[in-house]
Structure formats: structure tokens, C-alpha cells
Design a protein around this ligand. Structure first.
Ligand code: 13P
Length: 252
């Protein structure tokens, strides 16, 4: 059985005080949920990771980072390394988010290097990818997704995939209020599994958790999560409210 995951990507939101208050409140509401085989994850900003890790102690909530540099150290002003994250108790990193690709020019090549660093350091990634609106309109979405995965992940060995969580986030659905339909999400997730099976084998394809991200809300979460190849969600806006995030977790 694949692990289910509901992850909140907080992006550039919440200072230390709000982060800690949020966690206090989320702990209480998550405690009441039956979390069978479901991981609950939040990704606060870098400066609040350390205190967030302390705050989630003795709870079912995990704290992950939103990004990481591929180099282990050096002259990379403003960047954060894998070892720095590990030192504050963070072992999972979101990589390749469309906002990183669009606003910070992250390339597939850089992402492949980041994924290598994740594996070298014994960490785990939630690896994001997804097509632009124009790709979907021109019916190129499968090709775009396939090339994003090939370029950043298909150099890995089958054994490495235990450290990979995938997050399909169609860019046209992020922060727009427009979600992919459950059928569109299922269709893409099944396609992703099929190309992983072709490249590796059935076991790797069946084991990897594939999250959907893009305007997931309490009102649509259950239907999206009900699809057989959707193993959870990467949530933006709705992860910033404890009630909404809890409702989404409960929908899985
Ligand atoms: P929204 O849920 O706000 O559309 O954001 C999705 C996202 O980018 C999660 O990483």
C-alpha cells in the first residue's frame, strides 16, 4: 500500500510567532484524526524551520524545507545546504516547485544535481513538476511532464526511488482557483506511473507516492484524493488555515 501524504507548502508566508501558533493548533486538530498510513507535512520558510521542528515534537506532523542548494558549501550567497537542514532536523525537501522554476530560473539540470545531493545525504525529496497552460492547450502536457521527469530523475537507479515523492502541479492550477479535474489528475498520474514502469519496473512505479497540487481545497479534496493514482496533495493557499488544512487531511 502506498503512503498517503498531505503536505502544506507555506511559500513566503508566516513569521516565527504565527508558525508556532499554527503548529500548536494543527497538532490539536490532527490528533483527533485517524491518520492511517498518512503523513502530514508542513513546509515553513527557512528561518522558522528550526523552531517548527521543535514545536512538532511528539506529534504526527513533519517539517520539511521548500528548497535547498545542490552544493554542500561554498560561495553561494543566500543559499542553504542539505547539511544545514539536517542539522536542524529537516530530512525532506521540496524541489522543483514551479515558482522556483519560473522566478528563480531553476533548470532541470540544477534539479538533477539537487536530487543527487538529496540522495548522497540520505534525505528525501518532494519533487514538483507540471505543465504550463499553453502546454495543455497545445496538447503537449504529457511530453512536457515526461521531459521534466526524464531530465531531473531518470538518471537515478531503481533503489533511489524510495527517497522520491512526486508532486504533479499543473502550473495553470496553482493559486488560480482552477483545479485540474479529478479525471485530468488521474490521467496524468497514471501516465507518470506508466513511464516510470517503462524506465524501471512495476514495483518502482507502484510504490512511488504521487501527490496532486493546484488549488486543492476542502470542497474538492475528497474527489481528487479518491482517484486510484492520486496519493495525496501538495497544498498552497488552503494549507495556511488550520481548519481548511485539517479538512483536506481528513478527506484523504
Ligand atoms: P495552491 O494550493 O495555492 O494552488 O498552491 C499549490 C502549490 O503551489 C503547492 O505547492
Amino acid at each position: 500500500m502506498r503512503t498517503k501524504i498531505v503536505a502544506g507548502n507555506w511559500k513566503l508566508n508566516y513569521d516565527k510567532k504565527t508558525t508556532n501558533k499554527f503548529i500548536e493548533s494543527l497538532k490539536k486538530s490532527v490528533d483527533k484524526l485517524p491518520l492511517n498510513n498518512t503523513r502530514v507535512i508542513i513546509a515553513p520558510t527557512f528561518v522558522n524551520l528550526s523552531s517548527a521542528v521543535e514545536k512538532v515534537e511528539k506529534s504526527n506532523i513533519e517539517v520539511v524545507a521548500q528548497n535547498m542548494h545542490q552544493a554542500t558549501s561554498g560561495a553561494f550567497t543566500g543559499e542553504i545546504s542539505a547539511d544545514m537542514l539536517k542539522a536542524v532536523g529537516v530530512n525532506t525537501v521540496i524541489l522543483g516547485h514551479s515558482e522556483r522554476r519560473t522566478y528563480f530560473n531553476e533548470t532541470d539540470q540544477a534539479l538533477a544535481e539537487k536530487v543527487n545531493t538529496i540522495l548522497e545525504k540520505g534525505m528525501e525529496t518532494i519533487f514538483c513538476f507540471g505543465e504550463l497552460l499553453e502546454d495543455r492547450k497545445s496538447d503537449n502536457h504529457f511530453e512536457v511532464v515526461e521531459s521534466q521527469l526524464k531530465n531531473a530523475l531518470f538518471h537515478l537507479e531503481a533503489k533511489d526511488w524510495k527517497s522520491i515523492i512526486l508532486a504533479y502541479e499543473p502550473v495553470w492550477a496553482i493559486g488560480t482557483g482552477e483545479t485540474a479535474s479529478p479525471e485530468q489528475a488521474q490521467e496524468m498520474h497514471a501516465f507518470i506511473r506508466s513511464i516510470i514502469e517503462k524506465k524501471y519496473n512495476k514495483e518502482v512505479a507502484e510504490k512511488v507516492s504521487i501527490l496532486y497540487g493546484g488549488s486543492v481545497k476542502p470542497a474538492n479534496a475528497e474527489e481528487i484524493f479518491s482517484k486510484p493514482d492520486v496519493d495525496g496533495g501538495l497544498i498552497g493557499g488552503a494549507a495556511l488555515k488550520v481548519d481548511d488544512f485539517t479538512a483536506i487531511i481528513a478527506a484523504i
